[in-house]
Write a protein that binds this ligand. Sequence first.
Ligand SMILES: N[C@@H](CCC(=O)N[C@@H](CS)C(=O)NCC(=O)O)C(=O)O
Length: 176
Amino acid sequence: MVIDWDDRSPVEAVSGQSLVPVIDDDGRVVSDSTRIFGYLEERYPDPPLYPSDPARRAETEIFIDWFNEVWKRSPNAIDEELEKNAHPAAIATESKRMAVRMSLFEDMLTGRNYLMGDRVSAADFAAFPFLKYAALPVDPSDDEPFHRVLADHQPLRKGHSSLRDWIERIDALPRA
Ligand SMILES: N[C@@H](CCC(=O)N[C@@H](CS)C(=O)NCC(=O)O)C(=O)O
């Protein structure tokens, strides 16, 4: 179910909080994307969302934590600045950070199809909903300013072909 950005009542009714994503698996309600990955891994271990090797699993968890706690700060800061129309210099600084990080994702995909290796993992599912705006068109009916920030501040350069291919690869995965 897709939730209207301005009407969180269905999310609140089911989960007692207002943020998405939330899953309701036959009455088992889990919110927060990282907790949802953990729930799915435990309840439906095949196919796995995390590598079985403990070191690779730790790397995957660290990447997701970095993505949520560090990477997301820049688009959120730009979104807030645009709303207040306060500091263009702050927007430029965060925009530069986002542009530089595009090369990090490109480099992570060197010689492998997914962010953490040759198998799709929770890392890909954590990053894709944000990075996809670099290559996929924004739905014309989508007037969510945060999505515009993601489309406007993630420049896909000529050399970012692995990242472009990854976005298309993840987008082509079957959906529930
Ligand atoms: N840590 C949470 C963050 C959830 C979150 O910020 N969700 C955003 C959409 S990606 C949201 O619902 N925002 C609505 C709001 O802030 O009012 C997670 O990873 O699930």
